[in-house]
Design a protein around this ligand. Structure first.
Ligand code: NI
Length: 248
C-alpha cells in the first residue's frame, strides 16, 4: 500500500494496527546503454511494493535524488551531496516518528547511499537499513544467472528488474561483454567508491562497470523481484515484531 495513495484518515487507521513503514531509496543516474536512469529507484520501489503487499505494510514515496557524484559526467545523472541526503533522511525519520511510526525500514538500491544512510539514521531507534541484495536467496539467484558478470554497476540483476517493471532497451554495442574487473578492484570500489566524474567516464566509457547488462531478461527480473520481495517481507515483519525499537 503506497502512502501517497492513502488519505490521512487511512494512514491514521493503519497506525492503529501497525507502526511500520518501508522507505525505498534509489538514485537518478546513468546505468549504462541498457539501464534506465531511474534503475535504482525503480528497483527499490518495486521490491518495496511487492514486499509490502505480502506484509500489509505502507510504502513511503521513493527517495530518488541521492549522491552519485562519480556519474555526473554522464548526462541525466542528478546527484545531491551526502550531507544534503543525510539531512533529508534525518528529517524523514523525525517526521514519521513524531506521527507514531516506530519501525522505519529503509530499502536501498544504490551503493553510495549506504554510508550516508548509516550516518543519518544508523543509530536512530526503530530504524533498519537494508539493500535489496543483502539476502542470501537474492544473491544465490544473482550468482546462478550471472556469476562474475553481475559486476558492480548496470548489473544484469537490476536491469532485469526494470525490464520486468518498465521496459527493455536493446543492447546495441553492449551485446559485447564489458572489460572484466579484478577481485581487488571490486573490493576497493564496494559501496560505489568511484573516482572523479571525468576519470570515471574515461575508465568506463559506456557506463557499465564490469557488468554484462545484456544478460538481463524480464523473466529473470520477475524471479529476482519475487525472491527479493519474499526476503524483504520476512525481514521487515521480523524487524517490526522485534520488541522495543530502542534496542533494535
Ligand atoms: Ni544501480
Amino acid at each position: 500500500m503506497r502512502l501517497d495513495l492513502c488519505t490521512w484518515q487511512e494512514v491514521d487507521a493503519y497506525l492503529e494496527r501497525s507502526s511500520g513503514i518501508i522507505i525505498p531509496v534509489g538514485s537518478t543516474e546513468q546505468h549504462g546503454p541498457m539501464g534506465l536512469i531511474g534503475t535504482d529507484a525503480f528497483c527499490a520501489q518495486a521490491v518495496a511494493e511487492a514486499a509490502a503487499d505480502r506484509a500489509h505494510a505502507l510504502v513511503a514515496p521513493t527517495l530518488a535524488l541521492t549522491p552519485a557524484p562519480f556519474n555526473m559526467a554522464f548526462p541525466g545523472t542528478i546527484s545531491i551531496s551526502p550531507d544534503l541526503f543525510a539531512a533529508l533522511v534525518r528529517e524523514v525519520v523525525e517526521g514519521l516518528t513524531r506521527q507514531g511510526f516506530r519501525h522505519l525500514y529503509f530499502l536501498n538500491a544504490h551503493g553510495a547511499n549506504i554510508a550516508p544512510l548509516r550516518d543519518a539514521a544508523g543509530d536512530a531507534p526503530g530504524v533498519a537499513i537494508r539493500s535489496w541484495w543483502d539476502f542470501d536467496k537474492v544473491n544465490d539467484l544473482r550468482r546462478k544467472h550471472f556469476g562474475d558478470w553481475e559486476g558492480l554497476h548496470a548489473t544484469p540483476s537490476e536491469i532485469a528488474i526494470t525490464q520486468a517493471t518498465h521496459r527493455t532497451v536493446p543492447p546495441g554495442d553492449a551485446a559485447e561483454p564489458p572489460r572484466q574487473l579484478s577481485t581487488d578492484f571490486i573490493r576497493e570500489r564496494a559501496g560505489d567508491r568511484h573516482g572523479p566524474p571525468d576519470e570515471h567516464r574515461r575508465d568506463f566509457p559506456d557506463g557499465r562497470v564490469g557488468a554484462h547488462s545484456a544478460l538481463a531478461t524480464p523473466e529473470i527480473g520477475r524471479e529476482m523481484l519475487a525472491t527479493a520481495a519474499r526476503a524483504v517481507a520476512d525481514d521487515y515483519l521480523a524487524f517490526c515484531s522485534g520488541g522495543d525499537p530502542a534496542v533494535d
